[in-house]
Design a protein around this ligand. Structure first.
Ligand code: MN
Length: 489
């Protein structure tokens, strides 16, 4: 059974508290959605604002294969704005629970049905595809819900959708609800929310019950605890449900996940399935050893399947096999004694409660192997001026391949100004700071500051640390040691 996917990242996803996308950002996401094979893109809600309409029109003009929809209430004012955007169709959202009908809309079931039917007539008269979404369907009286759907189909609705608006279904009740709607003769979609962490499970149960389309967002972003997570749902269908498939290009999943995280500023938790930082990372010795012998021992799918790479993490729980393959990755070959010595030194560091960064690993390995890497960048002087009246300003003197460079920059804060001043050197202006983490060791204001950063250049990611009594020095030191590492090979 082929399952259709409606992506609502640009509508329900954008309703994530604090998220607002520009027309250009929406277009970039929509382009990736088209590339990955999404069937229906809900591009926004046309009535929201002139900027929103500009976004939707911009997406429409691309001539995508995906059907482009706008969210719409069953009101002609909403539908007129959708028509102005020239969309293919509407996601017509009609609340069906008594709670929503009485307390939110202050109307009656009879009036609601009339509103819904008139709206569908109006849409169909103007050539729009209609997906009729019953809002709060999971808390609606079943017979009434079914009559809304039946009326909608008589008036020409092309598809219907069951919305679990506040995420209260369970896999059992989801299956039952969809099973009871089986005799409906247009495609049925499922729209779940993740308030109890069950959105993906409920969506899969709905498919088993008879739904043939699901709504989801990239990374599961959305109101409150979010919507059904696209990547989890697609991979579960692909790997775990035998009789179902989607037309999604799975290899591009990580790519689109990263883009949406970056543009929305909603970063992904490390332990998130499929796309989280740790989803294909291994630290434990037993696991790493198994993975090296046969990756199926501790991975239910290969990282390459979703466009990722496996990662062995250096730390307290690692074993010598994992360490050796990590050392090989950074271009070092070691004998048995050297491996054991590096292994012991890292365990010592980890036992002190420290995160072992790539630079730590390099320094420890260099010491054991007695390699002297000449750092290409050295910090000479650093001066930072910050206060409450002027913009923080930093000037640095650094030596890069024996050339002395003087640079100055401003920033939002003193650390930002200092890093900006270092970054202005052309040779590493393409190095991006992707993570910045500060810890005070001990506790008082005289504590040592431990800064751990992650830098990215192309697809190469390197972590580094700086520990100093001064937060700015610690940050710059971490940054420079990271750049030295990233420029090494
Ligand atoms: Mn929703």
């Amino acid at each position: 059974m082929n399952i259709k996917v409606l992506d609502t990242t640009l509508r329900d996803g954008e309703q994530t508290p604090g998220v607002s996308l520009t027309p250009n950002e929406k277009l970039r996401i929509a382009t990736k959605l088209e590339e990955i094979g999404i069937d229906y893109i809900e591009a926004g809600s046309a009535i929201t604002s002139p900027g929103e309409r500009e976004s939707i029109k911009g997406i429409m003009q691309q001539g995508f294969n995906s059907e482009i929809l706008s969210f719409s209430r069953p009101l002609s004012i909403d539908i007129d704005y959708c028509l102005e955007c020239d969309v293919d169709g509407v996601n017509l959202v009609v609340p069906t629970s008594d709670l929503h009908i009485h307390d939110k809309l202050k109307t009656t079931r009879e009036d609601l049905i009339e509103l819904s039917n008139n709206a569908i007539d109006y849409c169909k008269d103007h050539g729009l595809t209609v997906e009729l979404s019953a809002e709060d369907a999971s808390r609606s009286d079943f017979d009434f819900l079914k009559s809304v759907y039946q009326d909608a189909i008589e008036h020409g609705a092309d598809r219907i959708c069951v919305c679990d608006t506040i995420g209260v279904l369970t896999p059992d009740s989801s299956f039952e609800l969809f099973n009871k709607l089986k005799d409906i003769d247009v495609p049925i979609a499922v729209h779940c929310h993740n308030d109890f962490g069950l959105a993906v499970a409920n969506t899969l149960a709905a498919l088993k019950g008879g739904a043939t389309e699901f709504h989801s967002t990239i990374n599961g972003i959305g109101e409150r605890a979010g919507n059904t997570s696209f990547e989890e749902c697609v991979l579960s269908i692909d790997r775990l449900l035998q009789d179902f498939s989607t037309g999604i290009n799975i290899h591009k999943i990580y790519d689109i996940s990263k883009l949406v995280a970056r543009l929305t500023g909603v970063y992904i938790q490390p332990n998130k399935a499929i796309v989280g930082e740790n989803a294909f990372a291994h630290e434990s010795g037993i696991h790493s050893d198994g993975i090296i012998k046969n990756s199926a021992t501790y991975e239910p799918m290969t990282p390459e399947l979703v466009g990722r790479k496996r990662k062995f993490v250096i730390g307290k729980h690692m074993g010598t096999h994992g360490l050796e393959s990590r050392l090989n990755e950074i271009g070092l070959t070691v004998n048995k004694d050297q491996l054991q010595q590096i292994f012991n030194d890292i365990k010592d560091l980890a036992d002190k409660g420290k995160t072992v960064t790539d630079v730590d690993l390099q320094v420890i390995a260099d010491n054991v192997l007695e390699i002297n890497h000449e750092d290409r960048i050295k910090l000479g002087e650093l001066t930072v001026v910050s206060g409450n009246t002027v913009m923080p300003t930093a000037s640095v003197k650094i030596t890069f391949d024996d050339e002395e460079i003087l640079n100055a920059s401003v920033g939002l804060g003193p650390v930002d100004a200092a890093i900006n001043a270092v970054k202005t050197v052309d040779a590493f202006s393409d190095v991006e700071l992707i993570e910045y983490h500060v810890d005070a060791i001990a506790g008082g204001t005289d504590a040592f500051i431990d800064v751990i950063i992650k830098l990215q250049k192309g697809d190469k990611v390197v972590s580094a640390r700086g520990t100093e009594p001064d937060i700015i020095n610690a940050s710059v030191k971490a940054f420079i040691s990271g750049i030295n590492r990233i420029l090494q090979d």
